[in-house]
Write a protein that binds this ligand. Structure first.
Ligand SMILES: [Zn+2]
Length: 437
C-alpha cells in the first residue's frame, strides 16, 4: 500500500524532483521499496501473464511465498523466452512495440504502454539533469529512430527536460557537424561509433565548444573516451546503459568520477546470476514498474558486477561495473577464459590501429589459432603493431602470453583498412570458428 502511494507520488514528480530523490534517498529505504516492488510485480505477472503463470506452475513456485529475489532459485527469463513467446508475457493491452536489432536471428519484441514511455521519459530527463544538463542547453538527438528504441526514448527524455533539441536521428554525422555552430548545439547524444565518426570529422576540421557527448547502445572502446574529450577540448563523454528490453536507461554515468553505471533502483532490481570469485556474472534485471510486459530476472547476456562501495560523486545508487563483454562472446580457449574487455585492454593504447577489431578463434589441424583482425591506419606499420600487441599481452595477461610461448596456441595477425571490420550495426568482437560454428 505504502509503496503504491510512493509510486503514484514518483509518477507525478517533475524530473528535477526525481533527480533530487536519486541524490538523497538512503540506500536502506531504496532497498525496502525495491523489494516490496519486486514482490508486487511477481504477484501481478503471475495473475495476468500466461507465460509467468505457466512457468511458475511448472517449477512449483508459489508467488505468495516469495519474500526476496533469491527465493526464485534458478528461475530466470532469457532472450530466447522473449523471441519465442513475446505476447505471452503481456499483462495488459500494449500500445507501442519495439524490436531488438536481433543478433541471434529472431528479433525480440518488447511491448509498452504510452504511460510507461512517459515514465521512462521523466526518468531519462532526471538523469540528464543529474548530469548537469539544463533547459538552457541545446541538444542533438542522433539516436536511431528505426524499429528499435533509443531515438524514441531519448526524445521522450529531452521533451520532459524542455531543452531545444534537433531530432536528427542517425543521419550522416557531417550533417550534424555542419549545424553545431548554426544553432549553438552543445550536447550531442548518439551511439558510440556514431559519436566517434563525428569526432573524427571535428579532429580534421576543427572542434566546437561542446559541453557533453552522451553515448549508449553499446560499450565505448576504452581508448575512444580520452581521445574524444581531447578533440572536443574538454567536453565530457558519458555513457548510459540501456537496451530494448530495459526500455529506458537502466544505469547511467552522470559524472566523470563515477567509473561505472549508477543503477536506476527505482525501476530496476538488478542481480548478477552465477557470479565468479570477483563478483562478475550475467546481469539479470527485473522491471519494477512496467505493467504491460514485466520482465522478471531477465538475463540479458551482459557480463558485469555490482559495485556496492559508495561513489565519489555522492549518489547513493549502486553501480554496475563497465561491461566485461557478453556471455555469448566469452570463449573458453587454450589461452584461458576470454572476454572482449580483455582484448580492449590489450589494444587500447596502440595508436596505429582504429578502435574496431575482431578476434577469431579457429583450428589448423588440432592447433588453436587466435587471429587478431585489426584495422591499420598505415600498412607499413604492421610489424610495429604486432610487437606492441605481444608486449601488451605479456604485461597485462601473463598466462595468455605464456601459453602462446609454450605453443599451446598460436597468435596470428590479419590487417584491414579502416572501416572494414564492422559488417553490421553491432561489431562482434569475438568469433569462434573452432568447432564447426
Ligand atoms: Zn557516481
Amino acid at each position: 500500500m505504502l509503496t503504491s502511494i510512493l509510486d503514484c507520488a514518483i509518477d507525478r514528480m517533475r524530473p528535477a524532483a526525481l533527480a533530487s530523490l536519486a541524490r538523497n534517498t538512503p540506500r536502506a529505504f531504496t532497498d525496502w521499496k525495491k523489494n516490496a516492488a519486486f514482490l508486487n510485480i511477481i504477484r501481478y505477472a503471475c495473475k495476468r501473464s500466461p507465460f509467468y503463470k505457466r512457468k511458475f506452475a511448472e517449477l512449483g513456485i508459489d508467488p505468495g511465498r516469495i519474500k526476496s529475489p533469491s527465493d526464485l532459485g534458478d528461475f530466470y527469463t532469457t532472450p530466447q523466452d522473449i523471441s519465442a513467446n513475446a505476447e505471452e508475457f503481456l499483462c495488459r493491452d500494449p500500445q507501442i512495440v519495439f524490436e531488438s536489432s536481433g543478433t541471434t536471428g529472431k528479433n525480440k519484441r518488447v511491448y509498452f504502454g504510452q504511460d510507461e514511455l512517459d515514465h521512462i521519459g521523466r526518468m531519462n530527463a532526471s538523469g540528464l539533469l543529474l548530469g548537469g544538463i539544463t533547459r538552457k542547453d541545446r541538444l542533438v538527438n542522433a539516436f536511431d529512430f528505426e524499429i528499435w528504441i533509443p531515438g524514441m526514448v531519448t526524445q521522450k527524455g529531452v521533451e520532459k527536460l524542455g531543452a531545444l533539441t534537433l531530432v536528427a536521428g542517425k543521419i550522416d554525422p557531417v550533417e550534424v557537424y555542419r549545424r553545431i555552430p548554426i544553432y549553438g548545439f552543445n550536447v550531442i547524444l548518439g551511439e558510440p561509433t556514431w559519436l566517434i565518426k563525428l569526432t573524427e570529422i571535428a579532429e580534421k576540421n576543427g572542434a566546437y565548444p561542446l559541453k557533453l557527448l552522451i553515448a549508449g547502445g553499446e560499450e565505448m572502446p576504452e581508448a575512444a573516451k580520452p581521445w574524444m574529450e581531447k578533440v572536443w577540448k574538454g567536453a565530457g563523454v558519458r555513457m548510459v546503459y540501456a537496451s530494448v528490453e530495459s526500455g529506458g536507461i537502466m544505469a547511467f554515468e552522470p559524472f566523470a568520477c563515477c567509473d561505472g553505471y549508477h543503477i536506476d533502483e527505482n525501476d530496476f532490481s538488478v542481480e548478477i546470476a552465477n557470479p565468479d570469485k570477483e563478483g562478475y556474472g550475467e546481469v539479470a534485471f527485473t522491471t519494477l514498474n512496467r505493467l504491460t510486459m514485466p520482465l522478471i530476472r531477465y538475463k540479458n547476456r551482459d557480463i558485469s558486477k555490482i559495485i556496492e562501495a559508495p561513489c565519489a560523486c555522492g549518489l547513493s545508487l549502486r553501480k554496475l561495473a563497465r561491461m566485461r563483454g557478453r556471455s555469448d562472446e566469452m570463449v573458453i580457449t587454450a589461452a584461458g577464459n576470454l572476454y572482449p574487455l580483455m582484448f580492449d585492454n590489450i589494444l587500447k593504447n596502440i595508436e596505429e590501429i582504429t578502435s574496431d577489431w575482431q578476434i577469431v578463434f579457429k583450428l589448423r589441424g588440432i592447433k588453436e589459432i587466435m587471429e587478431f583482425n585489426l584495422e591499420i591506419k598505415d600498412a607499413s606499420l604492421k610489424e610495429r603493431v604486432k610487437d606492441k600487441v605481444i608486449s601488451s599481452i605479456k604485461t597485462l595477461y601473463p598466462d595468455m602470453s605464456r601459453n602462446a610461448l609454450l605453443g599451446i596456441y598460436e597468435m596470428e595477425f590479419a590487417y584491414h583498412s579502416p572501416g572494414t571490420v564492422r559488417s553490421g550495426r553491432k561489431l562482434i568482437h569475438i568469433v569462434d570458428k573452432r568447432h564447426g560454428r
